[in-house]
Ligand binder design. Structure first.
Ligand code: RET
Length: 251
């Protein structure tokens, strides 16, 4: 059944406060990673710089979302799954800036992980291609007003499956050939990444996709994911690198 006009959905001040909180977490993490880089000799800083670039990008993106910028209202259906009701009037605010952030940061995250595994560069390029395709299809799907959006989501899922395939197969084998330091660090960060990245298409399905949860809840869902996937994951990776030398990785 169809119910009447619903208000246009956008974040409240609580959502905005939460976005600024994540912005601050990303900013402090960037300073911490840069500080840690300074304690290392030149030539031993590549993973610190990559990780700091990731949190710096997120800091700006969260500043943007906290300010309610980098978004556009999109005509949406309001789905209430448990009551099987759909109302077709009203808009939902879509934060396209999220995808600009991911376009920059997800290739850097994969570079962080795959350099740790000593993967050959043609494989790195292939994985980054799949990743970029995944993010761009997610963006186009989010901006699409019809059910075609799920077609784009499906293309994105192929990209994600290819990335995970490369991690559990070729990359894992390369890492174990490099010895204990790289293989342990790759395993720890690879498992965490694979688990976390599968939660993003779920968040998308509930937010930009199905419009099931409020934009404030979307802020909490993606925000928690981003804090674990960027600063927490980055700190784990750098911690793992305490007993890996660049020479060991051919860097
Ligand atoms: C989308 C929708 C289309 C299908 C898939 C998606 C996956 C997104 C992922 C994003 C990861 C972001 C990270 C950000 C920063 O830390 C685009 C949501 C598969 C995996 C890790």
């Amino acid at each position: 059944s169809v119910i009447g006009q619903r208000a246009n959905l956008e974040i409240t001040t609580h959502g905005s406060d939460w976005y600024f909180t994540v912005c601050a977490i990303m900013g402090f993490s960037t300073l911490a990673f840069m500080g840690m880089a300074m304690t290392k000799p030149q030539g031993h800083r590549i993973f610190h710089y990559l990780t700091a670039a990731i949190t710096a990008t997120a800091c700006i993106s969260y500043f943007c979302m906290g300010s309610n910028l980098g978004q556009v209202p999109i005509q949406a259906e309001f789905v209430r799954p448990f009551r099987r009701q759909v109302a077709s009037a009203g808009t939902r605010e879509i934060f396209y800036v999220r995808y600009i952030d991911w376009f920059i940061t997800t290739p850097l995250l994969l570079t962080d992980l795959l350099l740790t595994a000593g993967i050959p560069w043609p494989t790195l390029i292939a994985v980054i291609f799949a990743d970029i395709a995944m993010i761009v299809t997610g963006l186009v799907g989010a901006l699409t007003q019809t059910r075609y959006k799920w077609g784009f989501w499906t293309f994105g899922m192929f990209g994600l499956f290819y990335i995970i395939y490369e991690l559990v197969g070729p990359a894992r084998r390369h890492a174990s050939a490099l010895g204990e330091g790289p293989s342990k660090t790759f395993l720890m960060c690879g498992v965490l990444l694979s688990f976390l990245w599968f939660l993003y298409p779920i968040a998308w399905g509930l937010s930009e996709g199905g419009n099931v949860i409020h934009p404030d809840s979307e802020a909490v869902f993606y925000g928690i994911l981003d804090v674990i996937a960027k600063p927490v994951w980055g700190a784990l990776l750098l911690w793992g690198h305490r007993n890996i030398t660049p020479q060991q990785l051919g860097l």
